[in-house]
Design a protein around this ligand. Structure first.
Ligand code: FAD
Length: 458
């Protein structure tokens, strides 16, 4: 018998629960991807993320072809497409991986009412409804969530997929749109695995120490691959813990790394239990803060022209590569919300429109955390000082100089606050602050006081 393997954000063959369930139940899985117009074009669409998705589908198609199968691509409303493909192929069931965005849940519920759809766990290691308090309530604070998460038995990754695919009927499909993929992230399961193994072997030992430094490549940069399931998060956790057992010096790094994976699980769980966070602040008292309507300031932030080099370098890195370091995301987000007093939702949207790893749960969680309006929020009076953050996490200014060529010759002592450079030094270096590079668009000390007063009245 035949079943549809409905691929959404699980672009891999190994440790793929939807695919494995179909095979285990004796079905020949027909791989189907649906070009859903609502996902291809909405307020969060990012051309680079779409390019990465298409390249990932192409890589998956090649992996399928090597096994004697193919990828069926259709365009349209998922319910209608599935209905048609079931009728054309004679498939009896549909298997897919669960997804927790409000759109995905509504879509899957609608499809499941009409068609034989079975969704299985795979986006996270543990299902959000399994990591709950004794009384059955969801956690809204990270630390107890992570304790409960760690106390659950770790599911084992599933075995390999067969080298030869069962025979499939040949159905007519569309070809995948051709979009430029991001240069920094070649797509596909093989590339994801290669990067993951290299990170384990070369970098995880140092992860706890280096992960906050903007000038080092101390993090895994696996987020786009995890976002689209080119890598199984369960496999990653499993292999990381095994690595720590075999390499005691890596234990600390592995612990710190798994902790970040748990943040990912935490925000998926928050979105699952509190879907309203996609529309408003988690905390009611912060839903009506008097945000500034300041399109020019928003534009300067987006373009990386605020006059604060660490913020600008991060924002230009985002535009150029589709990725930003976690520390950079916190600094840039804090600047928009606290220094410019612009609604965090404008920043949430801009990030989604540019991040290759853009994920509704993680991005929303990160923004609400930084804005101090979310579940496990940083207290609102903790306001990042962009100059001090820069000095601490990019001590020599190497990261800044990489992204702001106009400051390439500015010495470390001034690179985080170029407006403090004496005029004769500016003349000697040939950089005039206010002309070659902007003066700060706000005074941080004043902006900080303004934010505190607004939030206090919140
Ligand atoms: P590593 O440090 O190597 O971490 C390993 C993995 O853990 C990451 O790939 C990611 O899947 C997960 N992870 C790490 N930190 C977090 C975190 N704080 N929250 C959730 N998951 C985490 N991450 C996204 O995947 N998509 C987003 O759209 C996104 N938006 C963010 C917006 C803001 C304002 C902030 C502050 C953070 C955001 N993050 C987002 C979280 C984090 O910045 C990225 O996951 C991380 O920078 C990716 O780089 P990496 O793979 O090298 O991370």
């Amino acid at each position: 018998p035949l079943a549809i393997w409905w691929i959404r954000r699980d672009l891999r063959l190994s440790d793929n629960p939807a695919l494995a369930t179909a095979l285990r139940e004796g079905y020949a899985p027909l791989p189907l991807f649906i070009l859903d117009p609502r996902l291809l074009r909405n307020r969060f669409t990012a051309p680079m993320r779409l390019g990465f998705l298409m390249a990932g589908l192409r890589a998956l198609e090649a992996d399928l072809r090597a096994r004697g199968a193919y990828l069926l691509v259709r365009r349209g409303d998922p319910g209608e497409v599935l209905h048609q493909v079931l009728a054309e192929s004679g498939a009896e069931r549909i298997f897919a991986e669960e997804d927790y965005t409000p759109y995905a849940r509504e879509r899957d519920a609608r499809v499941a009412r009409a068609l034989p759809l079975q969704c299985v766990l795979g986006l996270t290691v543990h299902h959000p409804s399994n990591v709950i308090k004794a009384e059955g309530e969801p956690y809204t604070v990270f630390t107890p969530f992570s304790k409960a998460w760690k106390a659950l038995p770790l599911p084992r990754p599933l075995g390999e997929v067969p080298a030869r695919w069962p025979t499939l009927p040949r159905l007519p499909g569309e070809s995948l749109p051709v979009l430029p993929p991001p240069a920094l992230f070649p797509a596909g399961e093989a590339e994801a695995r290669r990067r993951w193994r290299a990170f384990l072997e070369d970098s995880i030992c140092d992860y706890a120490r280096a992960r906050n430094r903007l000038d080092l490549e101390g993090t895994s940069r696996l987020s786009p691959y995890l976002r689209f399931g080119m890598l199984s998060v369960r496999q990653v956790v499993h292999e990381a813990l095994e690595w720590a057992l075999e390499h005691p010096t890596a234990r600390h790094g592995v612990e710190a790394f798994v902790n970040e994976i748990i943040w990912r699980e935490f925000y998926q769980a928050i979105l699952y239990h509190f879907p309203h966070v996609t529309r408003e602040a988690f905390r009611p008292q912060f839903r009506h803060l008097p945000w500034r309507e300041a399109p020019e300031d928003l534009g300067a932030w987006q373009a990386g022209r605020t006059g604060y080099p660490i913020v600008d370098a991060c924002m230009r890195q985002l535009q150029a590569t589709g990725w930003m370091h976690n520390r950079g995301r916190m600094i840039a987000a804090s600047f928009l919300v606290k220094d410019l007093l612009i609604n965090w939702q404008a920043g949430e949207r801009w990030f989604m429109q540019h991040l290759v790893d853009g994920d509704v749960a993680a991005n929303n969680g990160g923004w609400q955390w930084t804005a101090g309006v979310g579940t496990d929020a940083a207290p609102y009076f903790r306001i990042f000082n962009p100059v001090l953050q820069g000095r601490k996490f990019d001590p020599e200014g190497r990261f800044i100089r990489r992204w702001l060529p106009e400051l390439a010759r500015v010495p470390a002592a001034y690179v985080h606050a170029p407006w403090t450079m004496p005029p004769d030094l500016q003349a000697r270096l040939g950089v005039q602050v206010g002309q070659d590079y902007p003066l700060p668009i706000v005074d941080h000390a004043l902006a900080r006081a303004r934010a505190l007063s607004v939030y206090r009245q919140g």
